[in-house]
Design a binder for this molecule. Structure first.
Ligand code: FAD
Length: 305
């Protein structure tokens, strides 16, 4: 059964809250796309916006610069992603301190992928944080940060079982994690079954669904293969034959994403984290369907379908 704590009645339901994930841009052109997307999405008043940290710490500077600019130039609340990879504890702590000094109060703490690439064995950096739960504890030692962590409704590819994976989540919660954001999924039942097991394990932090609006099916399917997320046949069928038909693909993408989030709303979910891929249009449309309106207009209740 879906736990009561996660499934408020329609009357007592909290307002819808969204957060957006961006990645740091590599070029001037990508920088322009990112900032115009941020400008477009900011008026829906996200709870926070997060900026990823490249594999192997490859975007340390760019992540920091993007997050610092968000603090300086917007009234959005940024969350900086940070991993344990390729750095000593002291180096990671310095990054965390720099975030505190820049006014950042929220970090998404991750172990990160193996430095040699996904699929190879993970080896902690000598002198580095060994696991994500150690990083969570380290961040909390540096400052009173809000810390979000990852969660995997279909288990992390390296975990021998979902129970082992949920134990890792429990370790992160015991080290002070305030919230978990899930890997993306397309079958909502998987998410609800995961919540049941998480709750049975005594985990009571919010587990926010990570939503990947499918802008490009082929890319999303590749991404899913690498992260262990399943791609249902019905999803593939919906995009079948649209490889060269951008216009229809966009309409189908909007319909598919709307179907997923509105079903989650109907089943009691109020918080959503969107993997934006630095693109605003589809996410903005979904937020509109969720009843979110630009800051100047009052946000109406979503009308039940
Ligand atoms: P963890 O939760 O630490 O788990 C990793 C594996 O180790 C699992 O198999 C787990 O079962 C096992 N494990 C962990 N702790 C224990 C323990 N105490 N005992 C036993 N087993 C344990 N990657 C980036 O490089 N940059 C990003 O910005 C980034 N952002 C992400 C955001 C979200 C919301 C998500 C879901 C993932 C993100 N990732 C990012 C990917 C992530 O770094 C990889 O999936 C990585 O392989 C695992 O890191 P983790 O913190 O998610 O895993």
């Amino acid at each position: 059964m879906f736990p009561t704590a996660f499934r408020p009645s329609r009357e007592s339901r909290r307002p819808i809250r969204v957060s957006f994930e961006f990645f740091p841009p590599k070029s001037a052109e990508m920088e322009e796309t990112l900032w115009s997307s941020i400008e477009r999405l900011a008026p829906v008043r996200p709870h926070f916006v997060s900026v990823t940290y490249g594999a192997g710490g490859s975007t340390r500077e760019r992540t920091h610069n993007t997050v610092a600019r968000l603090v300086r130039e917007t009234d959005l609340k940024p969350a900086a992603h940070l991993t344990c990879v390729a750095a000593t504890k002291d180096e990671v702590d310095d990054v965390v301190r720099a975030y505190w000094e820049a006014g950042v109060r929220h970090i998404v703490a991750l172990r990160g992928d193996p430095a040699e690439g996904v699929g190879t064995a993970y080896r902690p950096h000598p002198g580095g944080y060994e696991r994500s739960c150690d990083l969570v504890a380290g961040i909390k030692r540096v400052g009173d940060f809000e810390v979000s962590v990852s969660a995997y409704p279909e288990r992390h590819p390296e975990a021998p079982s979902l129970d082992v994976d949920i134990d890792a989540l429990k370790a992160k919660v015991d080290c002070g994690a305030d919230r978990a954001i899930t890997q993306f999924f397309f079958d909502n039942d998987l998410y609800f079954r995961y919540l049941d097991r998480v709750q049975a394990r005594g985990i009571d932090i919010p587990i926010i669904p990570g939503i990947l609006p499918v802008q490009n099916f082929k890319q999303a399917a590749n991404f899913a293969r690498r992260t262990g997320a399943s791609v249902p046949d019905w999803l593939a069928a919906r995009f079948e034959g649209l490889e060269d038909d951008v216009g229809t693909r966009k309409l189908v993408a909007a319909a598919v994403a709307a179907e997923q989030v509105l079903d989650l709303v109907d089943r009691g979910v109020t918080d959503f984290h969107f993997y934006t891929m630095n693109r605003a249009d589809l996410v903005y449309a979904i937020c509109h369907l969720l009843g979110l309106r630009a800051a100047s207009a009052p946000a109406p209740e979503r009308v039940a379908a």
